[in-house]
Design a protein around this ligand. Structure first.
Ligand code: URA
Length: 226
């Protein structure tokens, strides 16, 4: 089947957006993925968290952050008192991108490219415009690049609340919009970037992992206090 632009219904709430996104063919990732994994959570959430893309487990189950990285995120949220059901969790890209391991059927995560991020950006824009969060948490470099531009450095700016008004100018979410589309995020909303939870899982040993987890929790504690 051919690719065609993301069928984003104007002014829709997250449930309608989710239904429409089920048939999205805006990039080639729909071909090999099991299903679209749309954002999930409270449609009136104060906090929206944006990850990279669904992983293997999310692709099979259809919900974001239900695999290993999602479990770590959930534990960190519990540690700081962020209630998962009150938050909206979504991703920069809504289909799992993977390659097959040489032997066997293990599916290995691949990073989405710039074209895939751009093709999926209208969905992220529409989710944010529908929810109008007070706080947006950017999880890792992929979410940072699609939301804040390629110059943003998570490692240098993590854990520091920044008003959207100061970030919007460089944001592809704004510059990619068609004429007359309003900014999907309120000027006084606050953005906090941190690492992706899967980076904590990739730490080399238990000591490094404990330190990475503590740093991640410290960033989420900033969010919990906003
Ligand atoms: N990693 C993400 O970025 N998103 C998910 O939904 C799961 C893992």
């Amino acid at each position: 089947p051919e690719e065609r632009p993301a069928p984003v219904p104007a002014g829709a709430d997250p449930d309608r957006l989710r239904s429409a996104a089920a048939g999205c063919r805006a990039c080639g990732l729909f071909r090999d993925a099991t299903q679209t994994v749309f954002g999930a959570g409270a449609s009136d959430a104060h906090v929206v968290m944006v990850g990279e893309q669904p992983g293997d487990v999310e692709d099979r189950e259809g919900d974001p952050f239900v695999g290993p990285a999602g479990r770590l995120l959930g534990r960190a949220m519990d540690d700081v008192g962020l209630v998962r059901s009150a938050v909206y969790l979504t991703n920069a890209v809504k289909h799992f991108k993977f390659r097959r391991a040489e032997r066997g059927k293990r599916r290995i995560h691949q990073k989405p490219d710039a074209a895939e991020l751009a093709a999926c950006r209208p969905w992220l824009r529409a989710e944010l415009a529908a929810i109008r969060p007070g706080v947006v948490v950017v999880l890792g470099a992929t979410a940072a690049s699609t939301m804040l531009g390629r110059a943003f450095r998570v490692t240098q700016q993590r854990g520091r609340p920044q008003p959207w008004a100061e970030l919007a100018e460089r944001s592809p979410l704004v510059s990619a919009a068609s004429d007359g589309e309003p900014d999907p995020i309120d000027a006084d909303a606050v953005v906090v970037a941190t690492v992706h939870p899967s980076s904590v899982l990739r730490a080399r040993d238990s000591e490094e992992r404990a330190a990475a987890y503590a740093d991640f929790v410290a960033d989420l504690r900033v969010v919990a206090e906003l």
